[in-house]
Design a binder for this molecule. Structure first.
Ligand code: ADP
Length: 590
């Protein structure tokens, strides 16, 4: 049974591998003219180089023929130089072509990945760490590319060289080929040994390096918590352990790997010695000329080279296949389900929101939200409160249609959001989240972002309304100050004010707010409060509330626990009845 399973799995992975090869070949075939040129160049360059040793042999024979005919010797030398120069020229053009070919493939692969990323549902990003996606765009695509341009050509060139050298050797002296009966099996045995015995050490080495990198990355991102918790010594110890593991793995791999160079040299030299002995006898017996013997030696070198290299090229190809599979897996991810054919397009959004008996689960494991029913009339404010993990963020995810619900209905202005075009639906909302998102650009660009064409005056007005104008003006370059992508250099509170200013520019009639829990100084806190209030004016607001004033001012407070609505009402009514909100209120706000 086990065997059947294993062979089934092997079969499946073989089919998958073939699929990957076919897809990769597709990229090459799309550029068939460039590829064809490259192949011709490679063929010509290698064939020209193959003629060299034969001519060198003729030159030697011309010397050895007793009365040396120098004209003949010079002719052969010039001819040889000519062939080598031509071969080098073709190789040069080939390299340029390959750079062009591979860069064009990289460019289109990256674009395909980016295009696909933009169509993927939010769930994909919730389940895949950014680092992993980035490594597919950069590292994996690069690996595929290096292999496509380097290894594929290397294999073809090796093939031409091996076959060509073999043919030349047969034409010179079939008897001397007997030497390879000893050296080729030795090479093959050695290659098999190398792949079987040494590869695992290299795989372990990459794994240990990955662990070390992962740990270093974790520690770097958490450095302030480490300092705050005085955990430095613990970190140094764990790092030292991983460092030691990595070093051991490197030592093992290199120790077993260093046997390769000397062994390859030994096999090569052995074949040289055997050829020399056999050739010597043949020469004495008049079976071969000195020149042909010399040519044979040169061809034997060329013949053995690619066979020795095959093991490492095959390993590289394997890692390229693995990388290609990772890239293709991303390209094959199902995109967000398309809008319905006659999807409703909102011309303008009034801002009346209702949830009707909504059930939702992120996966088959269970429901995250159960039977949610609520209503936010136009211009009203709903504050959602509840413990961590209650499902507050999930409600926002559903409202924006980042995920589709299992059952029930979510309506905006009486239209089921499932029947609406996503873009027009989402343009009806503006969001201010806890995790402020600023990008590498000027303050002005950051505020204007996502709001279409806006004038500098409008940006400044928004900044004034968000109470961040004075701060921006105090910066040396004002609105032209460049913010780094992490918003570095300005405080959390100021980052929030900038995102509030961004939302101010939006004319969306529904505002989604995830109130920040991060501590800011009381002056900034007050500014944020005031900015939020003016942002909320005349809009329907759905707020994940953390501030007392927010719940107090809300038209409805929604109390969520374990994905269900526990209580619903105004702050006054809820706080005066004994129950979950009453307890939460006294624990959290008072
Ligand atoms: P809150 O915002 O109230 O803290 P969330 O809405 O973020 O809670 O999460 C509610 C529940 O759903 C939690 O148990 C959380 O683990 C789970 N959850 C959140 N996002 C995902 C996701 N992308 N995939 C699976 N489960 C998720």
């Amino acid at each position: 049974m086990n065997n059947i399973n294993t062979s089934k799995r092997d079969g499946a992975s073989k089919t998958k591998r073939m699929g990957t090869v076919k897809r990769l070949a597709g990229y090459l075939l799309k550029r068939k003219w460039l590829m064809l040129c490259a192949l011709v160049m490679m063929l010509v360059a290698n064939l020209l180089a193959l003629i060299g040793p034969k001519i060198s042999g003729s030159a030697i024979d011309a010397i050895a023929e007793g009365a040396t005919d120098f004209d003949k010797v010079f002719f052969y030398c010039a001819l040889m130089a000519g062939f080598y120069i031509l071969s080098a020229a073709f190789s040069y053009v080939l390299s340029v072509l390959m750079i062009k070919l591979s860069q064009s493939i990289v460019k289109s692969m990256r674009r395909e990945v980016m295009d696909r990323l933009l169509t993927l549902p939010v769930s994909y990003f919730d389940n895949h760490p950014a680092g992993d996606i980035i490594s597919r765009i950069s590292y994996d695509i690069d690996t595929v590319n290096t292999s496509l341009s380097g290894d594929v050509l290397a294999i073809l060139a090796s093939f031409i060289t091996v076959v060509g050298s073999f043919v030349m050797m047969v034409s010179i002296s079939p008897v001397m080929l007997l030497v390879f009966l000893i050296t080729i099996p030795a090479s093959l045995l050695f290659t098999a040994y190398k792949t079987k015995k040494i590869q695992p050490y290299f795989r372990k080495r990459s794994g240990k390096l990955g662990e070390l990198n992962g740990y270093a990355e974790e520690m770097l991102s958490g450095h302030s918590s480490i300092k705050a918790g005085s955990r430095e010594e613990h970190v140094i110890d764990s790092f030292a352990k991983r460092n030691e593991n990595a070093v051991t793995a490197y030592y093992d791999a290199d120790y077993h790997g260093c046997i390769v160079g000397p062994s390859v040299n030994f096999i090569n030299n052995l074949s040289l010695a055997l050829i020399s002995i056999l050739g010597g006898f043949l020469f004495l017996g008049g079976g071969i000329t000195l020149g042909n013997l010399s040519s044979f030696v040169l061809y034997s070198r060329r013949f053995a080279g690619p066979i020795n290299e095959m093991a490492s090229v095959l390993t590289e190809l394997q890692s390229a296949m693995a990388a290609a599979e990772r890239v293709f897996r991303l390209l094959d991810e199902a995109p967000e389900t398309p809008d319905k054919p006659n999807a409703h397009v909102f011309d303008s959004v009034n801002g009346d929101i209702s949830f009707k008996n909504v059930d939702f689960g992120y996966n088959e494991k269970g429901l995250t939200l159960k039977d949610i029913t609520m209503h936010a009339a136009k211009g009203k404010t709903v504050a959602i409160v509840g413990p961590t993990g209650a499902g507050k963020t999930t409600i926002i995810n559903l409202l924006m249609r980042f995920y589709d619900i299992n059952s029930g209905a979510i309506e905006l202005d009486g239209v089921e959001t499932r029947d609406a075009a996503r873009d027009s639906l989402r343009s009806g909302f503006s969001m201010v989240l806890q995790d402020t998102w600023l990008f590498d650009g000027t303050v002005r660009e950051n505020i204007a972002y996502g709001n279409g064409e806006v004038t500098s005056e409008q940006v400044e007005q928004a900044a004034k309304a968000a109470h961040i104008h004075d701060y921006i003006m105090s910066l040396e370059k004002g609105y032209d100050t460049v913010l780094s992508d992490e918003g570095g250099g300005i405080s959390k509170g100021q980052q929030q004010l900038i995102t509030i200013a961004r939302a101010m520019l939006s004319d969306a009639s529904v505002l989604i707010l995830d109130e920040a829990t991060s501590n800011v100084d009381s002056r900034t806190e007050e500014l944020i409060q005031r900015a939020m209030l003016s942002l909320m004016k005349d809009k329907t607001c759905i707020i994940i509330a953390h501030r007392l004033s927010t719940v107090k001012n809300a038209d409805t407070v929604l109390v969520l626990k374990d994905g269900a609505i526990l209580q619903q009402g105004t702050h006054e009514t809820l706080v005066s009845t004994p129950g979950f909100y009453h307890d939460l209120y006294y624990a959290q706000f008072e």
